[in-house]
Write a protein that binds this ligand. Structure first.
Ligand code: ADP
Length: 268
C-alpha cells in the first residue's frame, strides 16, 4: 500500500522520512476506501473465529502514538468489528503504586492475551522507554537495558504462541494542534483533555527522538514495528485493518478436528 510501514530490524529511522499525511493512491473516504475497509474487517472477523476455535495462538496488537494520534479511534473503528468474546482492549495509564513496586513489565505480562485471544494495548510497555525517558526519569543507559528486556520479553511471548504487532500512529505536530483545539471546543471531547497533554506537546521533538530510538531498537523480525500515516483517520483505519488482517492470515489458524467421528451421529 505505497509507503512501506514496516520498520526493518536493525535500521535507524527518522520519523521525518515518514509522511504522516500519506494516503497512497486514495484521496478521500470514498466508496473504494469504505469497501476495502469492510473487506479487511470481514477477513479479521472470520480469522478471529478460527483463532478462537483453534485455541493455540494469540495476537497482541500494541498501539502507541502522541496524544490525539487516534489510538481510541483506531480501537473504535478497526477493532469494533471483532467478537468481544475473544478480544479485549487494555489502556495503560500512569502506573499505580502497586505497579511501580514491580518491574515495568509486570503489569504488561499479566494482561497479554491467552490462547485463542486478541488483545489490543492502548499504550504499553513502550511508555516506559518513551514517556518516562522524555520526562527525565530514566538514564540513557537504563533505557538501553530496557530495550533489551523488551526484546527478550516479546521474543518470549512469540516463542509461546503469541504474535506481536506494534503500530505507531504517526501524526504531524500541526494535526495534533488541530485535534487538541477541537477537544477544547467540543463539550463531548473536553473530558479527553488533560493539561499534561500540553506539557507533552511542548516536548514534541524529544518525543519524536525517543520514539525513533525505541522503534529502531525494538523492531525485530518476530515483533515488528509499523509506522502508520495517521493524519487522515480513514487512511489510518485502512492501513491498520490491512496489517491486522494480513497478520491473522500469516498465523493461519486452523479449524480444530472434531472431537469424535461425527459422521454416524444423528440428533434426535
Ligand atoms: P490516554 O491519553 O491514553 O487516553 P490519559 O489521558 O489518562 O489516557 O493518559 C495516560 C497517561 O499515562 C499518558 O500521559 C501516558 O504517558 C501515561 N503513562 C502511561 N504509561 C506510563 C508509564 N509506564 N509511565 C509513565 N507514564 C505513563
Amino acid at each position: 500500500m505505497g509507503q512501506d510501514t514496516l520498520v526493518k530490524p536493525g535500521a535507524r529511522i527518522s520519523l521525518n522520512d515518514y509522511d504522516p499525511g500519506f494516503c497512497s493512491g486514495y484521496h478521500k473516504r470514498d466508496t473504494a476506501v469504505v469497501d476495502r475497509l469492510a473487506a479487511d474487517l470481514e477477513t479479521m472477523r472470520e480469522l478471529q473465529e478460527r483463532l478462537y476455535a483453534e485455541g493455540k495462538q494469540a495476537l497482541l496488537i500494541v498501539l502507541q502514538g502522541m496524544d490525539a494520534s487516534g489510538k481510541d479511534g483506531t480501537v473504535r473503528h478497526v477493532m469494533s468489528g471483532l467478537n468481544p468474546q475473544s478480544c479485549y482492549v487494555v489502556s495503560f495509564k500512569v502506573p499505580t503504586p502497586e505497579e511501580l513496586s514491580h518491574d515495568f513489565l509486570w503489569r504488561i505480562h499479566r494482561r497479554t492475551p491467552g490462547k485463542g485471544e486478541i488483545a489490543v494495548f492502548n499504550r504499553s510497555h513502550y511508555e516506559d522507554v518513551v514517556a518516562v525517558r522524555v520526562r527525565g526519569l530514566l538514564s540513557e543507559k537504563e533505557c538501553r537495558r530496557r530495550y533489551d528486556q523488551i526484546n527478550y520479553f516479546e521474543q518470549h511471548l512469540v516463542a509461546n504462541g503469541t504474535r506481536v504487532v506494534k503500530l505507531f500512529l504517526h501524526i504531524s505536530a500541526d494535526e495534533q494542534k488541530q485535534r487538541l483545539e477541537a477537544r477544547l471546543r467540543d463539550p463531548t471531547k473536553q473530558w479527553k483533555f488533560r493539561p499534561g497533554d500540553l506539557d507533552d506537546r511542548a516536548r514534541w521533538n524529544d518525543y519524536m527522538r525517543a520514539y525513533e530510538d525505541a522503534i529502531a531498537a525494538c523492531s525485530t523480525d518476530l515483533a515488528p514495528w509499523h509506522i502508520i500515516p495517521a493524519n487522515r483517520k480513514w487512511y489510518r483505519n485502512l492501513v491498520v485493518a490491512q496489517i491486522v488482517a494480513a497478520t491473522l492470515h500469516e498465523m493461519d489458524p486452523q479449524w480444530p478436528k472434531p472431537r469424535a467421528d461425527l459422521s454416524s451421529l444423528v440428533i434426535s
